[in-house]
Design a protein around this ligand. Structure first.
Ligand code: ATP
Length: 242
Protein backbone atom coordinates (compact mmCIF):
# COMPACT_ATOMS: atom_id res chain seq x y z
CA UNK A 1 0.00 0.00 0.00
CA UNK A 2 2.89 2.39 0.82
CA UNK A 3 6.35 1.62 -0.54
CA UNK A 4 9.32 3.71 0.56
CA UNK A 5 12.46 3.25 -1.55
CA UNK A 6 15.87 4.63 -0.59
CA UNK A 7 14.52 7.80 1.04
CA UNK A 8 17.15 10.23 2.34
CA UNK A 9 16.73 13.76 3.65
CA UNK A 10 19.39 16.12 4.93
CA UNK A 11 18.75 19.43 6.70
CA UNK A 12 21.93 21.45 6.47
CA UNK A 13 24.34 18.97 8.01
CA UNK A 14 21.75 16.86 9.84
CA UNK A 15 20.95 13.55 8.17
CA UNK A 16 17.26 13.33 9.16
CA UNK A 17 16.67 10.20 7.03
CA UNK A 18 19.34 7.92 5.65
CA UNK A 19 18.41 5.49 2.87
CA UNK A 20 15.12 4.25 4.33
CA UNK A 21 13.34 1.31 2.67
CA UNK A 22 9.95 0.14 3.96
CA UNK A 23 6.72 -1.43 2.78
CA UNK A 24 3.41 -1.11 4.60
CA UNK A 25 0.24 -3.08 3.77
CA UNK A 26 -3.46 -2.87 4.59
CA UNK A 27 -4.51 -4.03 8.03
CA UNK A 28 -1.18 -3.11 9.61
CA UNK A 29 -0.85 -0.73 12.53
CA UNK A 30 2.78 0.32 12.41
CA UNK A 31 4.43 2.09 15.34
CA UNK A 32 7.24 4.44 14.34
CA UNK A 33 9.53 4.53 17.35
CA UNK A 34 12.86 6.17 18.04
CA UNK A 35 14.59 8.79 20.17
CA UNK A 36 13.85 12.50 19.73
CA UNK A 37 15.20 13.71 16.42
CA UNK A 38 15.48 10.20 14.91
CA UNK A 39 13.47 11.14 11.81
CA UNK A 40 9.93 9.89 12.54
CA UNK A 41 8.13 13.14 11.72
CA UNK A 42 10.36 13.74 8.70
CA UNK A 43 9.43 10.30 7.37
CA UNK A 44 5.72 11.00 7.90
CA UNK A 45 6.06 14.37 6.18
CA UNK A 46 7.81 12.76 3.21
CA UNK A 47 4.89 10.31 2.87
CA UNK A 48 2.46 13.24 3.02
CA UNK A 49 4.44 15.19 0.43
CA UNK A 50 5.06 18.00 2.93
CA UNK A 51 8.83 17.41 2.84
CA UNK A 52 10.65 16.64 -0.39
CA UNK A 53 13.30 13.93 0.06
CA UNK A 54 16.76 14.47 -1.44
CA UNK A 55 16.82 10.91 -2.77
CA UNK A 56 14.42 8.04 -3.21
CA UNK A 57 10.77 7.63 -4.02
CA UNK A 58 7.52 6.88 -2.25
CA UNK A 59 4.63 4.97 -3.82
CA UNK A 60 1.05 4.84 -2.58
CA UNK A 61 -1.01 2.12 -4.26
CA UNK A 62 1.91 1.63 -6.69
CA UNK A 63 1.71 5.27 -7.89
CA UNK A 64 4.72 7.54 -7.22
CA UNK A 65 3.36 10.30 -4.99
CA UNK A 66 4.91 13.16 -6.97
CA UNK A 67 2.86 12.26 -10.05
CA UNK A 68 -0.47 11.62 -8.32
CA UNK A 69 -1.16 14.27 -5.65
CA UNK A 70 -4.77 13.06 -5.26
CA UNK A 71 -3.38 10.20 -3.13
CA UNK A 72 -3.60 12.59 -0.20
CA UNK A 73 -7.38 12.24 -0.23
CA UNK A 74 -6.86 8.67 0.94
CA UNK A 75 -4.86 9.78 3.99
CA UNK A 76 -6.13 11.08 7.32
CA UNK A 77 -3.33 12.95 9.08
CA UNK A 78 -3.18 13.99 12.71
CA UNK A 79 -0.14 16.26 13.15
CA UNK A 80 1.97 16.48 16.29
CA UNK A 81 0.86 20.09 16.69
CA UNK A 82 -2.30 21.09 14.85
CA UNK A 83 -2.06 24.64 13.50
CA UNK A 84 -5.37 26.29 12.63
CA UNK A 85 -6.44 29.87 11.94
CA UNK A 86 -6.81 31.45 15.39
CA UNK A 87 -10.07 33.26 14.74
CA UNK A 88 -11.80 30.36 13.02
CA UNK A 89 -14.61 28.68 14.94
CA UNK A 90 -14.58 24.89 15.37
CA UNK A 91 -17.78 24.60 13.34
CA UNK A 92 -16.34 26.76 10.54
CA UNK A 93 -13.21 24.62 10.40
CA UNK A 94 -15.16 21.40 9.92
CA UNK A 95 -17.43 23.04 7.31
CA UNK A 96 -14.44 24.48 5.41
CA UNK A 97 -12.68 21.13 5.18
CA UNK A 98 -15.85 19.29 4.15
CA UNK A 99 -16.48 21.88 1.43
CA UNK A 100 -12.88 21.63 0.17
CA UNK A 101 -13.06 17.84 -0.06
CA UNK A 102 -16.48 17.73 -1.80
CA UNK A 103 -16.97 14.52 0.14
CA UNK A 104 -20.08 12.37 0.12
CA UNK A 105 -21.88 13.27 3.41
CA UNK A 106 -23.02 9.64 3.77
CA UNK A 107 -19.38 8.52 3.98
CA UNK A 108 -18.27 10.92 6.68
CA UNK A 109 -17.24 9.43 10.01
CA UNK A 110 -18.43 11.57 12.94
CA UNK A 111 -17.73 8.99 15.62
CA UNK A 112 -14.81 10.78 17.29
CA UNK A 113 -16.44 14.19 16.75
CA UNK A 114 -19.39 12.90 18.77
CA UNK A 115 -17.36 10.97 21.35
CA UNK A 116 -15.33 14.12 22.05
CA UNK A 117 -18.52 16.26 22.21
CA UNK A 118 -17.07 18.71 19.70
CA UNK A 119 -20.53 19.99 18.75
CA UNK A 120 -20.52 21.78 22.13
CA UNK A 121 -17.53 23.79 20.84
CA UNK A 122 -19.09 24.69 17.50
CA UNK A 123 -18.98 28.42 18.26
CA UNK A 124 -15.56 28.39 20.01
CA UNK A 125 -12.64 30.04 18.26
CA UNK A 126 -9.56 27.87 17.77
CA UNK A 127 -7.25 30.13 19.81
CA UNK A 128 -9.47 29.71 22.89
CA UNK A 129 -9.11 25.91 22.95
CA UNK A 130 -6.80 24.07 25.35
CA UNK A 131 -3.95 21.99 23.90
CA UNK A 132 -5.81 18.72 24.56
CA UNK A 133 -9.01 20.03 22.96
CA UNK A 134 -7.08 21.05 19.84
CA UNK A 135 -5.74 17.49 19.77
CA UNK A 136 -9.33 16.23 19.84
CA UNK A 137 -10.19 18.49 16.88
CA UNK A 138 -7.15 17.17 14.98
CA UNK A 139 -8.10 13.58 15.76
CA UNK A 140 -11.74 14.03 14.70
CA UNK A 141 -10.57 15.65 11.43
CA UNK A 142 -8.09 12.84 10.70
CA UNK A 143 -10.89 10.25 10.84
CA UNK A 144 -13.69 12.41 9.37
CA UNK A 145 -13.22 11.49 5.71
CA UNK A 146 -13.02 7.76 6.37
CA UNK A 147 -9.52 7.47 4.87
CA UNK A 148 -7.87 4.17 3.97
CA UNK A 149 -4.61 5.31 5.53
CA UNK A 150 -4.30 7.02 8.92
CA UNK A 151 -1.08 8.79 9.89
CA UNK A 152 -1.09 9.84 13.52
CA UNK A 153 1.87 11.80 14.94
CA UNK A 154 1.88 11.52 18.76
CA UNK A 155 -1.91 11.15 18.79
CA UNK A 156 -2.41 10.68 22.53
CA UNK A 157 0.03 13.40 23.68
CA UNK A 158 -1.91 15.95 25.72
CA UNK A 159 -5.17 13.97 25.81
CA UNK A 160 -6.80 13.15 29.15
CA UNK A 161 -6.95 9.41 29.99
CA UNK A 162 -10.58 8.97 28.93
CA UNK A 163 -10.09 10.73 25.57
CA UNK A 164 -6.88 8.80 25.02
CA UNK A 165 -8.76 5.50 25.53
CA UNK A 166 -11.54 6.61 23.15
CA UNK A 167 -8.97 7.43 20.49
CA UNK A 168 -7.10 4.14 20.96
CA UNK A 169 -10.39 2.23 20.68
CA UNK A 170 -11.15 4.07 17.46
CA UNK A 171 -7.69 3.32 16.01
CA UNK A 172 -8.20 -0.41 16.70
CA UNK A 173 -11.66 -0.36 15.07
CA UNK A 174 -10.28 1.31 11.93
CA UNK A 175 -7.29 -1.05 11.73
CA UNK A 176 -9.72 -3.97 11.89
CA UNK A 177 -11.51 -2.54 8.84
CA UNK A 178 -8.30 -3.39 6.97
CA UNK A 179 -6.98 0.15 6.90
CA UNK A 180 -3.32 1.04 7.31
CA UNK A 181 -2.40 2.99 10.44
CA UNK A 182 1.00 4.61 11.05
CA UNK A 183 1.53 5.98 14.56
CA UNK A 184 4.41 7.69 16.29
CA UNK A 185 4.45 7.89 20.06
CA UNK A 186 6.92 7.98 22.90
CA UNK A 187 4.26 6.43 25.16
CA UNK A 188 5.06 2.82 24.38
CA UNK A 189 2.33 1.48 26.65
CA UNK A 190 -0.19 3.24 24.37
CA UNK A 191 1.21 1.48 21.31
CA UNK A 192 1.26 -1.98 22.85
CA UNK A 193 -2.48 -2.58 22.42
CA UNK A 194 -2.57 -1.05 18.96
CA UNK A 195 0.38 -2.02 16.86
CA UNK A 196 0.99 -5.06 14.70
CA UNK A 197 4.46 -3.91 13.54
CA UNK A 198 7.29 -1.76 14.85
CA UNK A 199 9.70 0.45 12.90
CA UNK A 200 12.66 1.65 14.96
CA UNK A 201 14.62 4.65 13.69
CA UNK A 202 17.79 6.12 15.15
CA UNK A 203 19.71 9.11 13.77
CA UNK A 204 17.75 8.80 10.54
CA UNK A 205 18.62 5.13 10.04
CA UNK A 206 16.24 2.19 10.01
CA UNK A 207 17.40 -0.03 12.86
CA UNK A 208 14.64 -2.62 12.49
CA UNK A 209 11.18 -3.28 11.08
CA UNK A 210 9.50 -6.29 12.65
CA UNK A 211 6.06 -7.57 13.45
CA UNK A 212 5.26 -7.46 17.15
CA UNK A 213 5.15 -11.25 17.77
CA UNK A 214 8.61 -11.64 16.16
CA UNK A 215 10.02 -8.81 18.27
CA UNK A 216 8.49 -10.36 21.40
CA UNK A 217 9.75 -13.81 20.49
CA UNK A 218 13.29 -12.68 19.64
CA UNK A 219 13.64 -10.66 22.82
CA UNK A 220 11.56 -12.97 25.02
CA UNK A 221 9.80 -9.89 26.31
CA UNK A 222 6.04 -9.32 26.07
CA UNK A 223 6.00 -5.60 26.92
CA UNK A 224 6.93 -3.38 23.99
CA UNK A 225 9.14 -1.09 26.08
CA UNK A 226 11.10 -4.05 27.46
CA UNK A 227 11.34 -5.71 24.05
CA UNK A 228 12.81 -2.56 22.52
CA UNK A 229 15.21 -2.00 25.42
CA UNK A 230 16.32 -5.63 25.10
CA UNK A 231 16.82 -5.38 21.33
CA UNK A 232 18.78 -2.13 21.58
CA UNK A 233 21.04 -3.43 24.36
CA UNK A 234 21.77 -6.62 22.46
CA UNK A 235 22.50 -4.91 19.17
CA UNK A 236 24.11 -1.69 20.32
CA UNK A 237 25.15 -1.68 23.97
CA UNK A 238 26.06 2.01 24.00
CA UNK A 239 22.96 3.29 22.20
CA UNK A 240 20.68 5.58 24.19
CA UNK A 241 17.23 4.05 24.59
CA UNK A 242 15.31 7.31 24.40
P1 ATP B 1 10.61 13.79 18.01
O1 ATP B 1 10.53 12.43 18.63
O2 ATP B 1 11.35 14.75 18.88
O3 ATP B 1 9.31 14.31 17.50
P2 ATP B 1 11.45 12.93 15.33
O4 ATP B 1 11.97 11.54 15.40
O5 ATP B 1 10.08 13.11 14.81
O6 ATP B 1 11.62 13.65 16.73
P3 ATP B 1 12.26 14.76 13.24
O7 ATP B 1 11.33 15.86 13.65
O8 ATP B 1 11.94 13.99 12.02
O9 ATP B 1 12.50 13.74 14.45
O10 ATP B 1 13.71 15.40 13.07
C1 ATP B 1 14.83 14.66 12.58
C2 ATP B 1 16.04 15.59 12.55
O11 ATP B 1 15.86 16.57 11.54
C3 ATP B 1 16.26 16.37 13.84
O12 ATP B 1 17.65 16.48 14.07
C4 ATP B 1 15.66 17.73 13.57
O13 ATP B 1 16.30 18.74 14.31
C5 ATP B 1 15.94 17.88 12.07
N1 ATP B 1 14.90 18.69 11.40
C6 ATP B 1 13.61 18.37 11.26
N2 ATP B 1 12.95 19.33 10.58
C7 ATP B 1 13.87 20.27 10.27
C8 ATP B 1 13.83 21.52 9.55
N3 ATP B 1 12.70 21.96 8.99
N4 ATP B 1 14.97 22.22 9.45
C9 ATP B 1 16.13 21.76 9.98
N5 ATP B 1 16.25 20.61 10.65
C10 ATP B 1 15.13 19.87 10.80
Amino acid sequence: MIRIEHISKEYRRIQALDDINLFFSRGQAVSLIGPNGSGKTTLIKCILGLVLPDHGRIFVHTQPIETSPAYRNQIGYMPQIGRYPDQMKVGQLFKLLKDLRHSDPAKLDYELYEEFNLSNLFESRMHTLSGGTRQKVSAALAFLFNPEILILDEPTAGLDPLSSELLKKKIIVEKEKNKLVLITSHILSDLEDLCTHVVYLQEGKLIFYKDLPTLQQETREQKLSRAIAHFMKKNNPIAPLN
